[in-house]
Design a protein. Structure first.
Length: 410
């Protein structure tokens, strides 16, 4: 039996890495996992920061002045004009405004309405305003107006007094109703104002014509023209009044219509026809009146012309008055289009500050401050643990001290 020498153990040789050995992690570096571990170690402190934020926010809400909001709702339906109203619109051409929701919202925001609320409710003292402009801005900041497509306008007022909030919201309704009756918001209202102004002008012109006629009567001693001249006078001035009325209607229509409009073309044709009739009557060639004014004696002719002016303005005033009454009746049908759906009532709960939201914000702010504080603390400790950083810090401090004491030493 031969003994074989044991095979010597040979260690397996592995190739050396070609690149440089990996550097050990530096003591001044931080990674996300390490930061999470730091937060886990200091979770109680972060939690206490959250509790502190909640307590601070709760204490602030208990001392803050609460605010109460009240809301009133208006119903503004679309106007449905009658046949008479449509005919009046076509005749006057004054479809200037349909009384849309935006009009009422702008009226609610107007300065005149705000001034009445300020005076009636003593808002100068309530807002501690030095000037009326300050009170107007404070009231505007406390009021919100929202218009929906369904025809609703919501008026929300928020103040520190729940009764005052409801009073102001209902005050907006009262003042809007008052202005709605005095202002020409609807198309019929615009037409009423238009004809009312024309009536005022014609009334003044009629008074002047009557004064001139009276002076002529006192000078000449004539009282009445002949019966035939009186008939001619009536026919001529009726034609003049009709002509003037068509001209007024045409001027009103041209504010919102073009020359190609059917009503504009019709009115121009009627005006041309009336002008021809009037010219024929004045020249004495008209057979409708049966009397030629050019053949009258001098004094009678002067008197007739002055009486003609009076008759003209009387007839025109009567025609304008009829148009005015038609517009006023149409406006009366649409003046009550603003209806109160929900009046404002004093609020049962305060609308500000929102307790739940602010408490959550306090907790979130406290937790966020705790996270940031823990991260900064871990970062400072890690940086201070590095010898190189400590040496740089000492060099920075010593350099600052040398610069401070250097001039004194020299």
């Amino acid at each position: 039996m031969s003994l074989e020498s044991p095979t010597p153990y040979r260690a397996e040789l592995r190739p050396e890495p070609s690149g440089p050995p990996p550097a050990p992690p530096s003591g001044g570096e931080l990674d996300l996992f390490a930061l999470l571990l730091v937060q886990q170690r200091h979770w109680l402190r972060t939690f206490l920061f959250g509790v502190a934020g909640f307590c601070l926010m709760l204490a602030w809400m208990l001392t803050a002045v609460p605010r109460f909001s009240s809301t009133a709702v208006l119903l503004v339906p679309q106007a449905n004009p009658s046949a008479a109203g449509l005919a009046l619109q076509m005749a006057s051409g004054l479809d200037l405004m349909g009384g849309g929701f935006e009009v009422y919202v702008d009226i609610l925001k107007s300065r005149s309405l705000a001034d009445r609320l300020i005076d009636k409710n003593g808002l100068m003292a309530f807002y501690h305003a030095k000037t009326r402009a300050d009170a107007e801005r404070a009231l505007a900041a406390s009021s919100i107006f929202e218009a929906s497509k369904e025809g609703l306008i919501r008026i929300t007022v928020e103040t520190g007094d729940k009764n005052l909030s409801a009073t102001l919201a209902n005050g907006y309704l009262t003042e809007l109703d008052r202005l709605n009756q005095t202002l020409a918001i609807t198309s019929a209202g615009q037409q009423r104002v238009f004809y009312e102004r024309q009536m005022v002008q014609e009334k003044d012109a009629l008074a002047d014509a009557e004064v001139a006629l009276k002076q002529e009567q006192e000078r000449s001693g004539l009282m009445l023209p002949p019966a035939q001249a009186q008939a001619a006078l009536t026919a001529i001035e009726n034609t003049r009044a009709q002509l003037r009325l068509r001209q007024i209607q045409l001027n009103g229509m041209l504010q919102s219509a073009t020359e190609q409009n059917v009503e504009v073309v019709r009115l121009r044709a009627e005006i041309a026809s009336l002008e021809g009739q009037l010219a024929a009557m004045k020249s004495g060639s008209g057979e409708e009146a049966g009397f030629s004014t050019s053949k009258a004696p001098g004094e009678t002719l002067t008197y007739t012309r002055l009486a003609r002016e009076v008759k003209f303005h009387e007839t025109l005033f009567e025609l304008l008055e009829k148009q005015f009454e038609t517009a006023r009746q149409q406006e009366a049908k649409t003046i009550s289009m603003v209806q109160i759906l929900d009046p404002a009532v004093p609020a049962d709960h305060k609308s500000w500050p929102p307790r739940t939201l602010y408490c959550l914000l306090g907790i979130a702010g406290g937790l966020g401050f705790g996270f940031v504080y823990t991260f900064l603390e871990a970062f400072v400790r890690t940086v201070a643990r590095n010898p190189e950083n400590r040496a740089r810090y000492r060099q920075l401090v010593s350099g600052g001290a040398d610069e401070t004491h250097g001039p004194a030493a020299r």
